[in-house]
Design a binder for this molecule. Structure first.
Ligand SMILES: *[C@@H]1O[C@H](CO)[C@@H](O)[C@H](O)[C@H]1NC(C)=O
Ligand SMILES: *[C@@H]1O[C@H](CO)[C@@H](O)[C@H](O)[C@H]1NC(C)=O
Length: 415
């Protein structure tokens, strides 16, 4: 009996040591808390792999537990009126300052797009619910949080199109008037995959000849911006970083496009590019667009370009042609020429040193600036991907507070 107890203790002890221990850079604050938090993510990811292998539930189906674990029912309180509606058929959660009756003083508005790799996440998760309330009370703004549909049930371009439909619906004179929103003071913002959608929407709206009301600013929080080169210095440096290791980001990218695992394998080895990518690689050439300090010791090599990716990787294309989705700027907003960047709204770009997506954000900030767009680039030397989500006990981090404060201050000054 005692022996059994000791054996299980040892097994349990080594298992938890295996999950918890992992080298985390000294620069990161609250390292132990991050190790513990990450051990939960890693254990869940292993469980998800196992479940998919055994045919119980697919990987993302198990990972979706993260979303459910933090789920809340957004409720009104004395400061914020919360309602759930549908804009052009897409679910949205609206947060308005109380009292919410129409006023002559028009308000600002923030359209917020949650992160989660297009596969996870929800407006109705407590960190997003809290962030929306902070924006309402600190900015006296209306917040529109979009519950876009998710992959793998809905591959690209469905999540993007859901967001675009909501934004088009909202940016109409009558609709804005109904909520007392100033048409000249509307922002789009999002974190991670939400930053991807925010950047894509900002570009497409500017190119839409029928669109009269435009966005004033875009705020991109550690955004993901390109699928062509998954070996940038930040992808290499942060391959095994907490919260978003390279494997998980590659999973998200491949699942956004297709459930065919061949694309995942090709993306892991950065050999997923087809002939359509050849002319686009210059837009993600980090040897040209990444400031030297971020290039560090890494040497540039052009990603391989295959000839029949469509067949081998099974990448669907929205226009039915050979696999163009990966190079579509609605999926990879970094892949547009400077002429398409020039007219974009003023931008805030947040990047973190310990994040595979760091260079996506840095390159976009660099290219936007080069095209004449006003950019505030805030880089967190001790930051890690997803940090903004960790505002809720027991996984609350001081850096999340700092990031939120700086982000809200920028909105206050620029929206
Ligand atoms: C990338 O940039 C470097 C330096 O600017 C240049 O020599 C190289 O030809 C470029 N490669 C591609 C694929 O654009
Ligand atoms: C990059 O290239 C230099 C010069 O060829 C070489 O010394 C260095 O080891 C390379 N760095 C990496 C990370 O491969």
């Amino acid at each position: 009996m005692r022996l059994k107890g000791i054996v299980s203790l040892i097994v349990l002890g080594s298992l938890s040591a295996y999950y918890i221990y992992e080298p985390i850079p000294e620069e990161i604050d609250e390292r132990w808390k991050l190790m513990l938090t990450n051990s939960f993510f890693r254990a869940l990811s292993h469980l998800a792999d196992l479940s998919e292998l055994l045919g119980v539930k697919d990987y993302m189906g198990v990972m979706y537990f993260i979303t459910l674990a933090e789920r809340v029912v957004p409720l009104s309180d004395e400061h914020v009126l919360v309602t759930e509606e549908r804009f052009d058929g897409v679910e949205v959660v609206l947060y308005q300052p109380q009292p919410a009756r129409p006023t002559a003083d028009l308000r600002r508005a923030v359209i917020y797009l949650h992160g989660g790799g297009w596969c996870l996440g929800s407006s109705r998760m407590s960190p997003y619910d809290m962030l929306a309330r902070t924006l309402v009370t600190d900015l006296n703004a209306m917040v529109l949080s979009v519950e876009y549909r998710l992959a793998p049930a809905h591959h690209f371009p469905v999540p993007y199109e859901d967001v675009y439909r909501v934004v088009k619906h909202f940016l109409q004179k009558e609709v804005l008037a109904r909520y007392s929103v100033d048409p000249g003071r509307i922002a789009v913002s999002g974190d991670s995959a939400g930053g991807n959608l925010a950047a894509a929407v900002s570009q497409q709206l500017r190119q839409d000849p029928d669109q009269q009301i435009q966005l004033k600013i875009q705020a991109l929080l550690y955004p993901v911006l390109q699928a062509l080169d998954l070996n940038t210095p930040s992808y290499q440096q942060n391959r095994d970083m907490p919260i978003l290791p390279r494997t998980l980001m590659v999973r998200f990218w491949s699942e956004y496009f297709t459930s065919d695992k061949a694309l995942f394998r090709a993306m892991m080895s950065n050999t997923h590019n087809g002939p359509e990518s050849a002319g686009l690689l210059k837009f993600v050439n980090w040897s040209a667009h990444l400031p030297e300090s971020y290039r560090a010791k890494y040497n540039y090599s052009t990603p391989a370009v295959g000839h029949d990716r469509g067949e081998t990787a099974g990448v669907p294309s929205p226009d039915g042609g050979p696999s163009r989705a990966i190079g579509d700027p609605r999926a990879s907003p970094l892949l547009v020429p400077d002429s398409a960047l020039r007219s974009l709204p003023k931008a805030y770009v947040l990047t973190c040193e310990y994040d595979v997506l760091r260079d996506d954000g840095v390159m976009y900030a660099t290219r936007l600036r080069g095209a004449g767009v006003a950019v505030t680039h805030e880089h967190y030397a001790a930051g890690f991907h997803g940090a903004l989500m960790f505002t809720v006990w027991p996984t609350h981090f001081a850096i999340a507070r700092r990031m939120t404060d700086n982000y809200v201050r920028w909105l206050e000054e620029n929206l």
